[in-house]
Design a protein around this ligand. Sequence first.
Ligand SMILES: Cc1cc2nc3c(=O)[nH]c(=O)nc-3n(C[C@H](O)[C@H](O)[C@H](O)COP(=O)(O)O)c2cc1C
Length: 387
Amino acid sequence: MSKQVPVVKYNTSYPSIEDLRNKARRKIPKFAFEYLDGGCNEDVNLYKNTAEIREVELAPYYLSKHKGSSLQTELFGHVYDAPFGIAPVGLQGLIWPNSPQILAKAAKDHNIPFILSTVTTADIETISQITEGRAWYQLYHPAEDAVRDDILKRLEAAQYPVLVLLSDVPSFGFRPRDIRNGLAMPPRMTLKNILQIMTRPEWALKTLKYGTPNFATLKPYMPKGLNMKQLGLFMNRTFAGRLNADKIAPIRDKWKGKIVVKGIATEADTEMCMKLGVDGIIVSNHGGRQLDAGQSAIKSMHPIIDRYKGKIKIMMDSGLRSGPDVARVMASGADFTFMGRSFMYSVAALGDEGGNHVIAMLKTQLQQVMEQVCCEQIYDLPKHIIK
Ligand SMILES: Cc1cc2nc3c(=O)[nH]c(=O)nc-3n(C[C@H](O)[C@H](O)[C@H](O)COP(=O)(O)O)c2cc1C
């Protein structure tokens, strides 16, 4: 693989995800920030995710021969320019207007994967065009087979190479902030929410420019003219489905591209994925938004790596907030990583500039770690882990 030149064009006023998070808090209405930022219940798993990644330590081999480090990582037949991608996030346009388009463009420019959520505010066809057919798609399994088949047909026509099936939302997460804020789609215009919007004029003007966010991909399946309550009922009816072997098997038969199951946390579910012919898993706990009593993602990944490394692609998300975090997770044996909030904080903070900024910054941080520990290839990071 050729060595790549590190991209260093990031905004030096915001050199960390925490800087971007703080700026985002000041730029967008409170209900939107809390939707993005929060976990579930008492946020125990949200904090454990990052804290336990940071227990991983790397050894630097300063006296070894070193010709330079490359971030390039091969996955499913494509060589990406970094071992991280953009995880699917629902309702992105509510957090920052046009944000899925901004992030998809930045992902394409930086040659990293962007995963489009079923329930976000940009549609399959628009994102395929922006990424020139390189985006992945995350499917919330629809209750009706006809909706599933139509989505698969659209994905095939738009040349999506990878289909991601979500497994970790058999029930809606219990998220106290969203409950308090009455979060709904479109946002409920309570006096409290209107006051929050009035203090965030740039967000309000951009929302006027791009229009009220809606579930763009799902429009063809929605009856027209639903009020808010009817929309909620429609979403519950259409997507209240647990993923299981009976739902994965027919998709495996129909879908010619790669299949990844996201939300895996146990060896038993990994075994099931292997049996069903799934190509990869994303070990994830949805960024601590579903099961507060669960393990951190990195902790649940360790036994899966021990038993299944090399047999199925093992990716991980939940808790990564920096280049060193990506290095820690890759050193722990992951084949690839994803982040959700980190990218959204940046777009909420910096708007159009936010996509390029955060990717360039994370690449620069990761490049520095690679040079520092004297590691030439991403695949060699596990040699640096201190057990
Ligand atoms: C606001 C928000 C919305 C999300 N919506 C989805 C979604 O629609 N589909 C999905 O598969 N995961 C969704 N996730 C989970 C992310 O894909 C990812 O697993 C998680 O953000 C990773 O944790 P991190 O934010 O700590 O990086 C969402 C996460 C956040 C923060």
